[in-house]
Design a protein around this ligand. Sequence first.
Ligand SMILES: C[S@@+](CC[C@H](N)C(=O)[O-])C[C@H]1O[C@@H](n2cnc3c(N)ncnc32)[C@H](O)[C@@H]1O
Length: 237
Amino acid sequence: MPEQLKKSRTDVPDEFNRVAGRYDLLTALNPGYRKHLRWSARRLGLEPGSRVLDLCCGTGLSTDALALEVPNAEIVGLDASAGMLAIARKKKFATEVQFVLGDAMEPAEAGISGPFDGILMAYGIRNVTDPDLCLERLYRLLRPGGTICFHEYSVADSAWSRGVWNAVTLGVVIPSGRIFSGSARIYRYLRRSVNEFDGVQAFERRLDRAGFVEIRTEPMDGWQRGVVHSFLARRPE
Ligand SMILES: C[S@@+](CC[C@H](N)C(=O)[O-])C[C@H]1O[C@@H](n2cnc3c(N)ncnc32)[C@H](O)[C@@H]1O
C-alpha cells in the first residue's frame, strides 16, 4: 500500500472504509464539528420540505445537520465509501433520507438526478479529482435559484490560519487518529490536502467561473475560525 493517499475514485473512500467505525467518535472529540455542520445547513436558507443533496455524506453527520435544520426535507446522501454509508444507514434521522453509493464526480452514474433545491458538500470538494468539472455538474443538479454550500477547510490565504491548521493536525488530529482508529494515514492526507487546497479567494473565483452568483463565505467560531468556512452560492434564476 503506497504511503501517500492520492485523490482518485477509490483511494480516499477506501481509506474511509478503514476508519468508518471510529469516525463518529473522533469527530465527537473535535469541538464544534457538529455545531458547525448545522450552521452550514442553516445558512443554505432552505424552505421546509426542500429536496436536498448531501454530497460526501459519510456516516451521516452532515445529513443529520440537514435533517435538523430543514424540516420535512427529502434528503439524498451520496458517498463513495460503503463502510461510511453502512454506519449512516443504521441511524435514524428527523426526516426522509435515501443513501446512495457513488462518486461525487459522477452523480448521474449513481442514479442521482436533479433538480435539488439545495446541495451541501461537507469536506468533499477538496477530495475530488477535478473540482471545476464537479462544480459544473453540481450547478446542473440545482434548480434555478437553488443554493449550494461547501463546508470546507481553506487556509491558503492566511499565515495565521495555516499555523493553526498545522498545529492542530500535527499536535492533536494525527496522534488521536493513530490511537483511536489504528491508522493515521487518512489524517496525514487530511493535513496535506487542506494545505494544498484553494484559498478563500481562489475558491470563490472558481465558483464564479462555474456560473454561480451571490457567492459569499461565512466563518465558524473557536479554533475553526479562519480555517473552516461555509462557501455559499446560488444558481441564477
Ligand atoms: C470527512 S468525511 C465527511 C463526511 C460528512 N460530510 C461529514 O461532514 O461528517 C468525507 C467523506 O467524503 C467521501 N468521499 C471522498 N471522496 C469522494 C468521492 N470522490 N465521491 C464520493 N465521496 C467521497 C469519503 O468517503 C468520506 O465519507
